[in-house]
Design a protein around this ligand. Structure first.
Ligand code: ATP
Ligand code: MG
Length: 255
């Protein structure tokens, strides 16, 4: 029986570590044999590919502009052409594929285009064990409902009191959109030993990612963050998180 992919949306305030976590998660799932993984860059300022060490040639946004306006090759209808171009915009790498959504549309009616692209996405998604969606800062994607209902929503936050407001705001919107509480989890990032993370009520964070000089070094030298050495503390912590998610997925499949 074909497996249903497990979809994870990584959300949070600007600069909290969404892309870092997303790329380390992709890497961990591959290491755990949970592949192929689909990496989706839902941030219009696409940079998930850099964190994963691959190159993108176009985003779905730019592809849409082109595929729906240019003359299509003889013998092809627009529907087939869009499907063909959609497949072309997918980046294929070792253990994972990546698709970058690009900018949302400007003015004009894109209903046909969007319906067709979401049909392509739905078809594509069936091929993967895990789908990791890196989003833009804030709650736009959640409030617009563009991301649908994931199996898990990870809210990345710094472990200090400043993060609390964003956490509750994202949680509130996700809940209003019908996402079950048990699917929403908090990840504290850049945790420094010796400081206590803020109290988030009667739950505990699903992961605590340490502040990691290896991540900083990768950033400074423009190396893909997913390729930090295996002993890097943040990488180890994300690997543990990935193992936890695999167990949750298994438990969900067995019920
Ligand atoms: N655990 C960590 N240890 C050290 N540096 C980190 C850690 N996590 C993230 N960073 C650094 O913090 C910065 C922001 O990280 P990242 O780009 O992953 O955040 P983001 O939430 O995706 O940002 P944006 O909202 O701009 O998309 C980067 O310079 C990254 O290297
Ligand atoms: Mg980012």
């Amino acid at each position: 029986m074909p497996q249903h992919p497990f979809t994870i949306v990584v959300s949070g305030k600007g600069g909290t570590g969404k892309t870092t976590l997303s790329s380390l998660l992709v890497r961990s799932f591959i290491e755990l044999g949970e592949k192929p993984v689909l990496a989706v860059d839902a941030d219009p300022n696409a940079n998930f590919h850099e964190a994963l060490g691959v190159t993108i040639h176009e985003t779905l946004g730019s592809m849409r502009e082109e595929a729906f306006t240019r003359k299509i090759p003889p013998g092809m209808n627009r529907h087939d052409y869009v499907r063909f171009r959609f497949r072309q915009s997918l980046v294929e790498a070792e253990g994972f594929d990546l698709v970058a959504m690009g900018r949302p549309e400007g003015s004009g009616c894109y209903c046909f285009a969007n319906d067709l692209l979401s049909e392509c996405m739905t078809e594509l998604e069936r091929d993967y064990r895990f789908i990791v969606i890196d989003t833009e800062a804030g709650m736009e994607h959640i409030s617009r409902g563009t991301i649908g209902k994931p199996d898990m929503l990870l809210i990345v936050s710094d472990p200090g009191a400043r993060g609390l407001r964003t956490i509750s705001r994202i949680r509130e919107i996700a809940t209003q959109l019908g996402l079950e509480q048990e699917k929403i989890h908090i990840v504290f990032n850049r945790y420094k030993t010796g400081t206590a993370p803020i109290d988030i009520g009667n739950e505990s964070p699903i992961a605590l990612l340490p502040d990691d000089p290896e991540i900083e070094a990768a950033d400074l030298t423009a190396k893909p963050v997913s390729q930090v050495p295996p002993h890097s503390p943040a990488r180890i912590a994300v690997r543990k998180l990935a193992e936890k998610i695999c167990s949750l997925k298994k438990a969900q499949t067995n019920t």
